[in-house]
Design a protein around this ligand. Structure first.
Ligand code: LLP
Length: 389
């Protein structure tokens, strides 16, 4: 089954471009509010890194989510989009001074700290401003996730976080500092996770760590479990909204929160992934020696996921219903990895046909580059399209 697109309007727009289905985004946000709202101690942040298109951010901030940022630029984007400062958290292994200062100046709710040297710098910079910065420690829980090796982050070998064995030590160091306040623990085990057992394993690990902290009479106000909930790249029509119920219920059932504790989430892909489509045009159909190529005008500069992670995105010819042909769908970039899919069946392609590359709302537009001096793709929402005559 193909997606239901307004191809007549698409034809009027220069390709390639991103199309964001506003209704699907709203529906996704409503589901998140409903499911997380069943648990008053849950607080959902949106991971800006997945998509920082200002129009997309406006929908999300209006839905009441907080923001999870990994750079000064993202903090600024979150503030500009109206996310309240006290719902902004800031993570990242390499925060530079200006970025930390931006967070301190705006009194963001928490710095997710990844090393002792970073903690020292935050303490110094906060002292210089006569302020106290809230900090949480990102603990590497050594929990693997069943996902692509490039996007698993919670293993001991990854660069992220502080080792579990150093947890009490860093908390004690923070307690002796005047300009940071220890707030909580932060975790993130990876991305595109569909097996709830992985999140359950994280809950079990956090339960153990909490017990360990209680033996040292250390209490924690907030637990942040990061993001990672995946989407169904193979069935964007059948499963347009991820299973947020199963996700939040897993945490409600398995994580033993202490009275007064709040539980924070940082979801990126699951919020925006399915609402975005990269729309591109067939430039040429080329008969190679052994195969047929559909050469399209989008490239890895517009959507790098297939080239970088061998990621699957469903591809459809939305201009034609014809007999199926087998194609490699490739872009115009001078790199042999500039391939969206190999040997896939599409309705017969002709020059000028529009091609939809689905489930591209997360880590699509935001990871675009200008390699080969290309233009950055533009993103349009349903409301933008309604204005096109
Ligand atoms: N929190 C932290 C600390 C993270 O590192 C990430 C993602 C998230 C939250 C949001 O994760 P999500 O809910 O989106 O899975 N570019 C890759 C994904 C990289 C994810 C990096 N960290 C891709 O296109 O698959």
């Amino acid at each position: 089954m193909k997606g239901n697109f307004k191809t007549e309007i698409f034809k009027k727009i220069d390709t390639p471009f991103y199309y964001y289905d506003s209704e699907l985004l709203r529906q996704t946000l409503r589901t998140i509010s409903q499911e997380a709202g069943k648990h008053p101690e849950f607080c959902v942040h949106y991971a800006i890194k997945a998509n920082a298109n200002p129009k997309v951010l406006a929908f999300i901030s209006q839905a009441g989510l907080g923001a999870d940022c990994v750079s000064g630029g993202e903090i600024q984007a979150a503030l500009d989009a109206g996310f309240p400062n006290d719902k902004i958290v800031y993570a990242g292994v390499g925060k530079s001074d200006w970025e930390i200062n931006l967070g301190i100046d705006n009194d963001i709710s928490c710095f997710n700290v990844e090393s002792i040297p970073e903690l020292e710098v935050i303490n110094e910079l906060a002292a210089a401003k006569g302020k106290v910065a809230n900090v949480a420690f990102r603990i590497n829980p050594n929990v693997g996730a069943h996902t692509h090796a490039n996007i698993t982050t919670g293993l001991a070998e990854n660069k992220f976080g502080i080792a579990m064995r150093d947890m009490e030590k860093v908390i004690e160091i923070a307690a002796d500092m005047k300009n940071v306040k220890f707030h909580g623990l932060h975790f993130h085990i990876g991305s595109q996770i569909l097996d709830m057992g992985d999140f359950e394993a994280l809950c079990n690990r956090i339960n153990e760590l909490q017990k360990q902290l209680e033996m040292h009479h250390i209490s924690v106000e907030t637990i942040n479990v990061g993001g990672g909930l995946g989407i169904d790249y193979h069935h964007p029509n059948r499963v347009p909204v991820p299973d947020f119920k199963a996700y939040f219920d897993t945490y409600a059932r398995h994580l033993k929160l202490r009275p007064g504790q709040t539980l924070h989430f940082e979801l990126g892909r699951a919020v925006v992934g399915q609402c975005g489509t990269l729309v591109t045009k067939v430039l040429y159909v080329k008969e190679g020696a052994a195969k047929k190529f559909a050469i399209v005008d989008a490239g890895m500069t517009d959507l790098i996921r297939p080239a970088l992670y061998q990621a699957y995105h469903k591809i459809e010819n939305i201009s034609c219903d014809g007999p199926k042909q087998t194609y490699d769908v490739v872009g115009p970039i001078c790199e042999s990895s500039d391939v969206f899919a190999k040997a896939i069946d599409l309705d017969e392609c002709h020059r000028g046909d529009l091609i939809a590359i689905r489930s591209a709302g997360a880590y699509g537009e935001i990871m675009a580059s200008q390699y080969n001096c290309r233009k950055l793709p533009v993103g349009y929402t349903t409301e933008d399209l309604a204005k096109i005559k």
